[in-house]
Design a protein. Structure first.
Length: 312
């Protein structure tokens, strides 16, 4: 199955809801009215596209009706175009990158995976290692979630499955010390990428956020410039609640990008658009399933097409 088809299937719930609502509005009211515009706005907001993008799409639809007199106005194409443009605006330009990730001038490139509990950080770290392997580069994993014993074992299992070395300490070990040792091991082995799985933490707990800041300070001391990427993993099923998480994490440890998981389990996949529009952070990867290859580098146009356009 191709990448677009997997993305389309993953976004099926969001796509189905949006297309059904927009078709109902356009069919019942082929002429633009105040009521139809309000219903279009409600449909877009209902998919968690956010206020800013919703206003942008509605304004573009209104302009199209005014200039074309209502003939041949394709609301779906207009929406796809506006979302593509909005998402593409945050895409990194001119970066040295592999699989959507930055690449440090010298090995290893250190990627810190952060987020609240239950978003899929551990699985994301492993899937990113798989992506790097698929591109012919070497990866290592660091089990810096030392408070949840199952997280260490889960990462080790992924490491065995992928053939990727995992650096881990004991349960309740200092995560900053594990990160330090992991960077040393990655340097010694000449690994291209080191993915650091950090503990899940509530964005409202300042003591836990300070601990994460300490982990990053220790990384930078061991390898100046590390972590080179700080990716926040967000659960799409939480909808717009994810926006508050992103704001607070970005304040504590400046983020370089977002990973949105579980898009296949929600009808509110538009939250990707809303969060990007609000924070201006690039969406680096999206997850549309449980398999190792269901984490995809983010493509703004394909994502917008999967939301609005019916095609194979």
């Amino acid at each position: 199955m191709g990448l677009f088809q997997r993305l389309k299937e993953g976004l099926a719930r969001t796509h189905s809801k949006l297309v059904h609502e927009i078709k109902r509005i356009v069919t019942r009211s082929p002429k633009l009215t105040g009521t139809s515009l309000e219903e279009l706005e409600a449909a877009l907001l209902g998919a968690d596209l956010g206020h800013a993008m919703t206003v942008q799409i509605v304004a573009a639809v209104r302009k199209a009706y005014e200039t074309q007199g209502g003939a041949g106005v394709d609301v779906f194409t207009i929406a796809e175009r506006e979302v593509t443009a909005g998402l593409a605006a945050s895409a990194p330009v001119g970066e040295r990158a592999v699989a959507g990730l930055r690449r440090a001038p010298t090995h290893p490139t250190v990627v810190s995976i952060v987020g609240v509990n239950g978003t899929g950080k551990t699985t994301t770290a492993a899937k990113l290692a798989r992506l790097i392997q698929d591109r012919g580069e070497s990866a290592m994993l660091a089990a810096c979630d030392t408070f949840r014993a199952a997280a260490i074992e889960q990462l080790k299992l992924w490491g065995q499955r992928l053939g990727v070395p995992v650096i881990a300490g004991n349960y309740n070990a200092d995560p900053a010390a594990v990160a330090h040792d992991a960077i040393a091991a990655a340097q010694a082995k000449g690994a291209h990428y080191l993915f650091v799985d950090t503990a899940g933490r509530l964005h409202t707990k300042s003591n836990l956020m300070k601990e994460l800041q300490k982990v990053h300070r220790v990384m930078d001391k061991k390898l100046p410039g590390a972590p080179h990427e700080v990716l926040l993993v967000l659960d799409a099923t939480t909808g717009m609640n994810a926006l508050n998480q992103a704001r607070e994490f970005h304040k504590a440890v400046p983020l370089t990008g977002l990973v949105v998981t579980k898009l296949d389990g929600t009808s509110k996949g538009g939250m990707v658009v809303a969060i990007q529009k609000e924070l201006g952070l690039p969406i680096k990867f999206i997850g549309v399933g449980e398999q190792a290859d269901d984490l995809q580098p983010f493509d703004p146009k394909q994502f917008a097409e999967a939301l609005f356009i019916d095609k194979g």
